[in-house]
Write a protein that binds this ligand. Structure first.
Ligand code: ADP
Length: 558
């Protein structure tokens, strides 16, 4: 029987309209050297309409790709909402990729117009000559004549506009198309491509809509919350935040390029941040800063979301115990919009109890509508019993069913992308872990980071967490290195806090009660900093190469 219900498509323009009218008084605060500058959600709505008119004027009338190359700021949010709402496709370029990867992703996606920040205009002027499809560059903020000339120099560039000159004077309302197919592409993101070329995911209006309402609900985002969005808008669909905040009616604090702990702490204090989102390394540095500066008032802040890589339990405990801030673990991937699980402990658990922490330290409870299964090494599904381990495969309305292809991929890339999906269409995440009977996911590792020692698996993440619980340790990253007897053994690369003198022997003793004896690393290296990827994750590829090139000073314990 067919339902009697209306089939209104789920579109980003509805999110935009809702947030900028119903929650018109909420605001976006963009950090500057002088403090915050504020734009109300109502103005975001007007600016989005003006941008859409101006883009129509330069020929963006269909599903052309419009890129951004920006920090997190009000204008980026305007673009994030306007471009999909008008029916075009937003591609937020990862400003931290290597030039070759940026050129690859911008070209592969077919970007025709780009909105950039003035503070990124110089690096972008080095790229534009290699991006023949881009005909218009829109610059947010003033630039000097020389940079403007460099941006406009390639023959394929028709115009370089100042953002506000481009949109000022345009009508401040827009007839957002309501007949778009909810399954059409709204936006795209590329994975950072640890092997091969970055892979493109094209989100739909529907996937974004469903992800945003579910995520906002499960995260418990409240009207009037003030979200410090440190996760870059180009990282994994900005974790949905541009849409979440419009639906929840909660203000946004955008750090722009001020991502160091000192300005972030000031933002929390001055802008009365209540909640936020970022990767573990950002919050680790902030914790260190807050510990050293007890005069900073963080009393407004009750919860920060962390994701992108495993959050060390010590980070969560210390934030909660010393600053009364809950760190909520989320797991996801570019391919999953990205949020698949959130670690909110079951209501029955007593805050602070072992059971409570055992849930909080996991990657989280699967979101409704998001399906996961565990596949054992022989391809057999494993039970959700909190013990059986397997590769996690997922499916659901905000999980990609394939990668974006433009027909010019190499056979190798095409085969690699196809292999990421099971025969019945589930996404193979490449993450290894377990699921409890009540639907909490716990990752033990990325498949490629698991250390295979004498036929047994050692979780690099467990070792890292155990080492990072030592008060003298700032960061620790563990990789598998070749071993003549065991095939592979763990190598722990450790960054100590300033002035700390703890030795490798002492660290090994410290973790010996926490992991099985045979898993204890014999190889240790003290380094100045763990190398990070373009989105702030530990870059194990670089560590492996440094080890192979003999660049690490490795101490071997007996
Ligand atoms: P990339 O593959 O470029 O790093 P993503 O940000 O999409 O880009 O990475 C997704 C991966 O990040 C996941 O497959 C998982 O391995 C890791 N990850 C994300 N969140 C967590 C988390 N909370 N704990 C552990 N790993 C995580």
């Amino acid at each position: 029987m067919k339902s009697t219900m209306q089939t209104t498509p789920l579109l980003i323009s509805q999110i935009l309209r809702y947030g900028t009218t119903i929650h018109a008084d909420q605001e976006v605060v963009t950090w500057t050297p002088e403090g915050g500058r504020t734009m109300s959600f109502a103005e975001v709505g007007r600016r989005a309409a003006q941008l859409a008119h101006a883009l129509r004027g330069i020929g963006i009338t269909g599903d052309q790709r419009v890129a951004t190359f920006m920090w997190n700021n009000a204008e980026h949010l305007v673009a994030y909402l306007a471009i999909p709402s008008m029916g075009a496709v937003l591609h937020a370029l990862n400003i931290r990729l290597f030039p070759d990867q940026l050129i690859y992703t911008a070209t592969h996606a077919g970007n025709e117009v780009v909105v950039i920040d003035n503070t990124l205009a110089k690096p972008f002027s080095q790229l534009i000559g290699h991006l023949p499809l881009i005909h218009t560059v829109i610059v947010n903020g003033p630039i000097d004549e020389e940079t403007k000339a460099a941006l406009g120099a390639p023959e394929h560039v028709r115009a370089v506009h100042d953002f506000y000159e481009f949109i000022d004077g345009q009508p401040d309302s827009f007839d957002w198309p309501e007949d778009l197919d909810e399954n059409s592409a709204s936006s795209m993101c590329y994975t950072s491509g640890t092997t091969g070329n970055p892979k493109g995911v094209a989100y739909s209006h529907r996937s974004n809509y469903l992800h945003a309402i579910t995520d906002a609900q499960m995260l418990g985002l409240r009207q009037g919350d003030r979200n410090l969005v440190v996760v870059p808008l180009f990282h994994a669909n900005a974790w949905g935040f541009p849409y979440l905040v419009m639906l929840a009616g909660s203000s946004v604090i955008m750090p722009d390029r001020f991502l160091q702990p000192e300005p972030l702490a000031r933002m929390i204090q001055d802008c009365k941040v209540t909640t936020g989102a970022g990767v573990p390394t950002i919050w680790s540095e902030l914790l260190r800063y807050l510990d050293a500066h007890p005069e900073i008032d963080t009393s407004s802040c009750y919860r920060l979301m962390v994701g992108g890589s495993a959050a060390p339990p010590a980070l969560m405990h210390n934030f909660q115990e010393r600053h009364d801030i809950e760190i909520i673990h989320g797991w996801g991937m570019t391919e999953t919009s990205p949020v698949g699980s959130l670690a909110i402990a079951p209501a029955r658990t007593e805050v602070g109890s072992d059971e409570y922490w055992s849930y909080r330290e996991k990657q989280g409870r699967l979101l409704p509508g998001f399906q996961a299964r565990l596949m054992g090494p022989d391809g057999e599904p494993q039970p959700w019993d909190g013990e059986s381990v397997g590769e996690i495969e997922v499916s659901g309305p905000w999980v990609t069913g394939s990668y974006f292809l433009n027909g010019e991929e190499s056979a190798k890339d095409t085969a690699e992308m196809a292999a990421k999906f099971s025969d019945d269409g589930w996404l193979r995440t490449g993450d290894v872990g377990l699921i409890t009977a009540d639907g909490f996911l716990q990752l033990t590792d990325r498949a490629k980071d698991v250390i295979k020692s004498g036929g047994e698996w050692i979780s690099s993440v467990d070792l890292e967490n155990a080492i990072m619980a030592h008060p003298d340790v700032l960061e620790a990253s563990v990789i598998g290195v070749p071993d003549p007897k065991w095939d592979e053994r763990p190598l722990a690369s450790v960054v100590l806090n300033e002035g700390a003198t703890v030795t490798a022997d002492e660290l090994r003793d410290f973790i010996s009660g926490k992991v099985a004896k045979w898993q204890l690393p014999e190889r240790w290296a003290f380094i100045d900093e763990v190398p990070k990827t373009s989105v702030g994750k530990f870059d194990k590829k670089v560590l492996r190469k440094r080890y192979a090139d003999g660049e690490l000073d490795v101490k071997q314990l007996t």
